[in-house]
Design a protein around this ligand. Structure first.
Ligand code: PLP
Length: 455
């Protein structure tokens, strides 16, 4: 064994004091987001009707490199941060690889994922603005849980529209949210106009994230003192998630370790974007080179098979449009897809970095993801979230390549969360009943044909 401990912990005093905004170092910025009604770039006033004012400012700020983290947010971070960077000695041993594998573990809080990093920031700004509450959507439930925790901490009302299929399949997730005081409604519901419209158009639909977003936005804009908050995709969320990357960098620097490869799973792109931000910044400033890999499901392949175009962020087309890698806002992954990361688009920052060649992307099939999850759980102990296991899959593949070549690469990946609420998916895998579904080119084209015409 080397002198590097199994877990590299930072001191509380080493926790970041400012978030890092990678857009500040990008010469070519992500394209401006557009108002859905006018198709013109949104103004701060447009955005402030949906989001809290300071979050709207962060959304539009593509020049400040650092934004201070308010002390009230750092106080909350102290309850579960800094999170450990773990050297996966047992996995290396199992694989018999010369590679050194590290993972940044974000599952060490009740929400079970990195989403709390942004939830607490968004709840703080809502409270500071004097709002009564916030509305949001949740799919698998990690974001809704994180937001419920953050809202109870700041004494804010929290209304969660939960994708119906998850609401029915994950009753315990729902109860966790209710325990923290949130009101949870299955989506599409009959409580909003857009929900009633979607239910009429697609009778019996079990919902999608895009539908739930539209409902939550309507709920926020139709109630006095409410704003909408979103757990991924937006640039403000990626900004808050930069704590992951900043801590990772600090932990590596403490032991003089230079990462060669950084791997993250990509749904809407927030954990990946946060993890890689400081490293991408060094690439953009010409200071260092890293190989960065985004990993997505083969059944929802926005980076690897999508189109880089303006699209709606939600099915109901009420949110601003964003230029991003997208499969079309009407795309709904196959019902047998169990591994999360179901969003049709991708963060505009991640999309632009990918387009500039700062990172590459790979798609993986779900049975191989659960195979990696199982191997990881058996040797490293942590039961990973299916989402996180996409990154584990590629980290293992890369470590096995090193075995062939004899390279001692330093591989770092983001372990975004735990999978305790995903046991139905694990059960399918254990029973040998999980299958892979990869959409055909025709299916994707059909959805892409409905992209909005902009410019
Ligand atoms: C939400 C979630 C993701 C995907 O979201 P990103 O915005 O792409 O990071 C990944 N892992 C876990 C555990 C999640 O809860």
């Amino acid at each position: 064994m080397s002198n590097i401990p199994y877990k590299i912990y930072l001191e509380e005093s080493e926790m970041p004091k400012a978030w890092y905004n990678v857009r500040g170092d990008m010469k070519k910025k992500p394209a401006p987001i557009l108002n859905p009604a006018t198709l013109k770039p949104v103004t701060l006033d447009d955005l402030s009707g949906i989001f809290c004012r300071e979050l709207a400012e962060q959304e539009l700020d593509d020049t400040s490199r650092f934004i201070d983290i308010p002390e009230e947010i750092r106080n909350f971070y102290r309850m579960y941060r800094p999170s450990p960077l773990v050297r996966a000695y047992c996995l290396e041993e199992k694989l018999q690889t010369p590679a050194h594998i590290y993972y940044k573990f974000e599952g060490n809080n009740t929400s079970g994922s990195h989403k709390l990093n942004s939830a607490i920031a968004q709840a703080y700004y809502a409270k500071k603005q004097g709002l009564k509450g916030v509305t949001t959507e949740t799919g698998a439930g990690q974001w809704g849980t994180a937001l419920s925790m953050a809202c109870s901490y700041f004494d804010l009302d929290c209304q969660v529209y939960m994708v119906k299929v998850s609401y029915e399949q994950k009753p315990f997730r729902r109860e966790v949210m209710r325990t923290y005081g949130a009101k949870v409604t299955p989506s599409p519901s009959m409580e909003t106009e857009v929900g009633r419209r979607i239910n009429a158009e697609f009778p019996g639909t079990t919902g999608s994230l895009g539908c739930a977003i539209s409902e939550a936005v309507e709920a926020a804009t139709s109630q006095e003192g409410y704003r909408y908050v979103l757990g991924s995709v937006l640039s403000q969320v990626l900004l808050h998630q930069s704590v992951i990357g900043l801590e990772t960098k600090a932990a590596l620097d403490k032991y003089g370790i230079k990462a060669d490869m950084i791997i993250g799973c990509a749904g809407g792109g927030s954990n990946l974007g946060g993890l890689i931000s400081p490293f991408a910044g060094e690439i953009l400033r010409g200071e260092n080179q890293y190989e960065i890999i985004a990993v997505e499901p083969a059944s929802c392949p926005s980076l690897t098979r999508g189109k880089y175009a303006y699209d709606f962020c939600d099915t109901g087309k009420v949110c601003p449009l964003q230029k991003m890698y997208t499969l079309g806002s009407g795309f709904i992954p196959s019902a047998n897809h169990a591994g999360g990361l179901r969003y049709h688009g991708m963060s505009s920052v991640v999309s632009e970095l990918y387009d500039q060649g700062i990172m590459t992307a790979r798609s993986v099939e779900q049975t191989s993801v659960f195979e990696a999850a199982e191997m990881f759980a058996r040797v490293e102990g942590i039961l990973p979230a299916p989402e996180s296991s996409h990154a584990i899959r590629v980290a293992i593949d890369e470590a096995l390549k090193c075995k062939e070549t004899g390279e001692e690469k330093n591989i770092v990946f983001g372990l975004t969360g735990t999978g305790y609420f995903d046991m139905v998916a694990y059960q399918k895998y254990n029973d040998g009943e999980m299958s892979d579904y990869v959409p055909t080119d025709e299916e994707l084209q059909k959805s892409l044909n409905n992209l909005p015409k902009v410019d």
